[in-house]
Design a protein. Structure first.
Length: 222
């Protein structure tokens, strides 16, 4: 940290990532787990970049991205059919990765880089938003308990992503346990550290970018 004149970490996740059974709709009419407001920070981040120290956006995703792709553009908010909280959570986490990848594709050459990451399963108060019986059932899951991290352990990858000199000038990477993750569709663990093949899809990333601009009221060519 002493080598940095100034460090402003900018970790971003979805507006509401709680895996609750209740659907939350924002004032803008957006499904609560899927918001596009990170895109509003782009001008400030570009302005803060310099030849010596590029701007870096850290997007906190999850291994949950592995479970589903994006809904159709007219069904992000589950306008069609029943609301599925697990699918909504997975969609939001995949959208986090897509946003980071698209920021890198569009602005990496200008010194604005973006990285996504899985922090791990962290022992926090997130479970208070679940029905007690659901939370207790999850906490008895042997696989989950093996992966459980303390808050400092869970924060480690985010901090590393924000300040590591090893990542200077790099972006479009998915990080796990303070390292660059590997591809692993064959990894059967739902909490596994590898990323799914659909985590990198230029067409879907571009679609989400365009739709995110519309969600926050910016011009399509912004």
């Amino acid at each position: 940290m002493s080598s940095y004149a100034k460090a402003h970490a900018n970790p971003k996740g979805p507006g509401d990532a709680r895996p609750t059974a209740m659907q939350i709709i924002t004032d803008e009419g957006v499904e609560g787990k899927l918001t596009g407001k990170t895109i509003l920070l782009k001008p400030a981040l570009l302005a803060a970049s310099s030849p010596n120290f590029h701007s870096r956006v850290i997007v906190v995703s999850s291994s949950g991205h592995r479970h589903h792709g994006l809904n159709a553009s007219d069904n992000y908010h589950f306008q069609k059919g029943d609301y599925d909280p697990q699918r909504a959570y997975a969609q939001s986490k995949l959208a986090n990765i897509y946003m980071a990848n698209e920021i890198e594709r569009r602005h990496g050459s200008l010194g604005l880089h973006a990285l996504s990451l899985h922090p791990g399963v962290i022992e926090t108060a997130l479970g208070q938003h679940m029905p007690d019986e659901v939370f207790q059932e999850k906490m008895q899951d042997p696989e989950l308990r093996r992966c459980l991290k303390s808050v400092p352990q869970g924060a480690a990858t985010t901090v590393w992503a924000a300040v590591s000199k090893e990542l200077e000038g790099k972006g479009g990477l998915y990080l796990v346990d303070c390292t660059v993750a590997e591809y692993g569709d064959e990894d059967e663990s739902r909490l596994g550290p590898k990323f799914a093949s659909h985590a990198y899809d230029a067409g879907e990333e571009a679609r989400l970018w365009k739709d995110s601009l519309e969600m926050v009221g910016l011009p399509k060519d912004e």
